[in-house]
Design a protein around this ligand. Structure first.
Ligand SMILES: [Zn+2]
Length: 80
């Protein structure tokens, strides 16, 4: 399954973006690239193992799931 979404760790969170990834065959953005996220921010991409441990931006998570038609996470939306 292929979809246009890539995850980008930036600003201490993992965001998702539909911006094209410039490196061929790579699903990550190079460090420092400015990326427009699904939650409407413009951030500079970070790289590194620690970056992937940051929390997932809930807005990007929701929108990414909408875009690929995935069901929402079971732990979201049941507390309100
Ligand atoms: Zn986000």
């Amino acid at each position: 399954m292929s979809h246009p979404i890539a995850w980008v760790p930036a600003e201490r969170a993992r965001h998702a973006s539909t911006d094209p990834v410039s490196r061929r065959g790579c699903r990550e953005y190079p460090e420092g690239q400015r990326v427009t996220t699904l939650c409407g921010q413009t951030v500079e991409a970070c790289e590194g193992e620690l970056a992937w441990l940051w929390w997932t931006c809930p807005d990007c998570d929701d929108r990414a799931r909408e875009l690929v038609g995935a069901p929402p996470r079971p732990d979201v939306g049941q507390r309100s």
